[in-house]
Design a protein around this ligand. Structure first.
Ligand code: AP5
Length: 216
């Protein structure tokens, strides 16, 4: 099964991806994680995209499509998985078209799009309270799932960070960018692929159950 996890910043895509990955044996590809790794490594790519990400704007389609091609190539012989899950991609109509072309060439397709619906106020509240582990990618919420020790990752003991783009003014821009450039993809995909709209404001376990029910 191949799925796209879709939704505004902070809607819970990463949180649900960590669960769905195990439940359905999927390869998880997050363009946000790939870009943050490049920034952390201060590679040429990382230096190029750092400022764009910090401002909440989108990295160029060319760069992101190239990352997706590399990720697909690197994981295509992964016999342990039963499909893939894209998180944070596609984010523009051009990326959606690029993905379709890539899949057509491989004789592959998207089976379902899962949309996590969360309103603007909830996103601002959540992202202000999010803490992330740059080492193992674990995500915490100071509101609903705080770490056992403040500032320390329960899983790998790494130091938790408040992401640079989780500042209030950047969150607002990310939400605007989502409405303007990303949300219209749903209209573009309507009728071509199954789209499951899930209430992302419910507690995490309930959201997981609703997604599983939609996909099985
Ligand atoms: P990216 O990393 O993809 O960020 P995003 O899409 O903005 O999503 P987030 O990671 O902020 O949130 P999430 O939906 O994963 O929520 P989470 O599970 O963490 O992109 C970052 C940047 O990279 C972009 O702005 C852009 O610059 C660039 N980029 C990336 N992909 C790109 C692309 N394809 N094209 C161009 N540029 C690209 O949850 C959030 C918080 O809420 C956490 O604290 C969590 O614990 C909590 N939470 C989760 N679920 C619940 C719940 N049900 N109830 C209460 N709290 C919850």
């Amino acid at each position: 099964m191949n799925i796209v996890l879709f939704g505004p910043p902070g809607s819970g895509k990463g949180t649900q991806a960590a669960r769905l990955k195990e439940r359905f044996s999927l390869r998880h590809v997050s363009t946000g994680d790939l870009l943050r790794e490049a920034v952390a490594a201060q590679s040429d790519l990382g230096r190029k995209v750092e400022g764009i990400m910090a401002s909440g704007e989108l990295v160029s389609d060319d760069i992101v499509l190239e990352l997706i091609k590399e990720a697909a190539e690197a994981t295509k012989n992964d016999a342990a998985s039963e499909g893939w899950m894209l998180d944070g991609f596609p984010r523009t109509i051009a990326q959606a078209e690029g993905l379709t072309a890539l899949l057509d060439a491989e004789g592959d397709k998207i089976d379902a799009v899962v949309v996590l619906e969360v309103d603007r106020d909830a996103v601002i509240e959540r992202l202000s309270a999010r803490r992330s582990c740059p080492e193992c990618k674990a995500v915490y919420s100071l509101l609903v799932s705080p770490p056992a020790t403040e500032g320390v990752c329960d899983k790998c003991r790494g130091t938790l960070v408040h992401r640079e783009d989780d500042r209030p003014e950047t969150i607002a821009n990310r939400l605007d960018v989502y409405e303007r450039q990303t949300h219209p993809i749903l209209e573009h995909l309507e009728g071509r692929v199954a789209i499951h709209r899930i209430d992302g404001t419910a507690p995490v376990d309930e959201v997981s159950r609703a997604i599983e029910a939609a996909l099985t």
